[in-house]
Write a protein that binds this ligand. Structure first.
Ligand code: PMP
Length: 393
């Protein structure tokens, strides 16, 4: 396939703020894990719209759940109880580790983190947050404040909403020493997504947990990218045995319908009062219907087992061509390349495969639908094998 920009690119560049670099492919429909443009070009989507398309495209369970709800009652706010929202909340806390028993619904990953951090400061009365180097948590004020490097890139406000202490990632000693009596919480992605699917050492995560417990601070696991079965377990923090007090979720949660959620413990819930948090759209019925369909399908179709099997297959077949090693968990994978990852991404797109880059210039990211099959991985391996293995310069 020959990758080139189409008319939508020109108009988006003209009518929207110039904040995104865009790829030369304009899909107009999707089937399974495949995207199609108007000229008959098809591309295997191993990027999933930043990990959103967890069931691929046109999945019957998701389509039916959302279109049925659209016909019944497309919106009511949280001022009105709805069976579809109640069902989504029940499903989500049942899907999550057993100690997470309640959830607050929001609309995006940044908003989930914003509310988790707000809860931590509100409930502890403290003003300091521990975060991890290379982390990405979003572009709103609190989420950006705990994002590594945000002073230069995402933190456009004159001040942070709280004091932030960054621990060097995987430094166990620094993790234990990071807490004090004013620390409200630690926030960490168990697998750092934007950083290149960097799976943090379980001993480091446990040291953060220990430090938080001793200081009376909360442990927030940001699972916006790593959660909802992508790591091979419901949430990636479960691989380390750490007990998070708050988990934040978005992206895959609605399979393409915008939503987010903040599952938490009975202890945190007991300290919440009316009016502490709120949102108009969070927990809306279309999102709620989507959440139930996504979670039901992940469990019913054994997609977490598929994520583990496909990961094993990528490890066995895809360290080939420019790829020298692999990091990450399940279907949140980073392919470390001998050449710049952007060159590999562009060359793969020319060959009919969509992938993504990351914060690490040599790591290519895979965040495919959990429904991908073994022939998809064979296809990736065969295309990688065709690519140059050395840097152009
Ligand atoms: N947390 C993590 C770990 C993420 O990867 C992202 C998005 N890349 C966010 C938070 C922010 O999510 P959103 O773009 O939905 O606000």
């Amino acid at each position: 396939m020959h990758a080139e920009y189409g008319p939508a690119h020109a108009d988006e560049q003209k009518y929207t703020l110039p904040v995104y670099a865009q790829l030369p492919f304009e899909p107009v429909r999707g089937r399974g894990a495949w995207l199609y443009d108007d000229d008959g070009r098809k591309v295997l989507d191993l990027y999933g719209g930043h990990a959103v398309a967890v069931l691929g495209y046109d999945h019957p369970a998701l389509m039916q759940a959302v279109t049925t709800q659209l016909g019944r009652l497309p919106f009511q706010s949280n001022a009105i109880a709805m069976d579809v929202r109640a069902e989504a909340a029940k499903r989500l806390v049942e899907f999550a580790p057993a100690h997470l028993v309640r959830a607050f619904f929001v609309n995006s990953g940044a908003e989930a983190n914003e509310n988790a951090l707000r809860l931590a400061c509100l409930l502890t009365g403290r003003r300091r947050i521990v975060a991890v180097t290379h982390a990405f948590h979003g572009r709103t004020a609190a989420a950006a404040a705990v994002t590594w490097g945000s002073e230069k890139r995402w933190y456009g406000f004159p001040d942070r909403p709280f004091e932030v202490h960054f621990v060097p990632r995987d430094d166990v000693e620094a993790a234990r020493a990071a807490f004090d009596e004013d620390t409200a919480a630690v926030i960490v992605e168990p697998v750092q997504g934007v950083a290149g699917a960097f799976d943090l050492n379980p001993a480091f995560l446990r040291a953060l947990e220990e430090g938080a417990r001793e200081a009376g601070a909360l442990f927030i696991a940001d699972e916006v990218q790593s959660g909802i079965g992508r790591s091979g377990l419901p949430f990636a923090i479960q691989h380390s045995g750490v007990r998070a007090d708050i988990v934040t979720s978005a992206k895959s949660l609605g399979g393409g319908i915008p939503c987010g959620a903040v599952p938490t413990t009975a202890e945190v819930a007991a300290d919440c009062r009316r009016g502490d948090l709120g949102t108009t759209f969070g927990g809306g019925p279309l999102a709620a219907a989507a959440i139930t369909a996504v979670l039901q399908t992940i469990e019913g179709s054994m997609l977490m087992a598929n994520a583990r099997e496909r990961e094993a297959q990528v490890r066995a077949e895809c360290i080939i061509g420019p790829v020298e090693s692999l990091q990450g968990k399940g279907l949140l994978l980073g392919l470390r390349c001998k050449v710049p990852a952007a060159e590999v991404r562009d060359a793969l797109l020319e060959r009919g495969i969509l992938t993504g880059t990351s914060g690490d210039p040599h790591v290519l990211r895979l965040l495919p639908p959990l429904t991908i099959v073994d022939s998809d991985i064979h296809f990736l391996a065969s295309r990688l094998a065709e690519l140059p293995v050395e840097d152009k310069q």
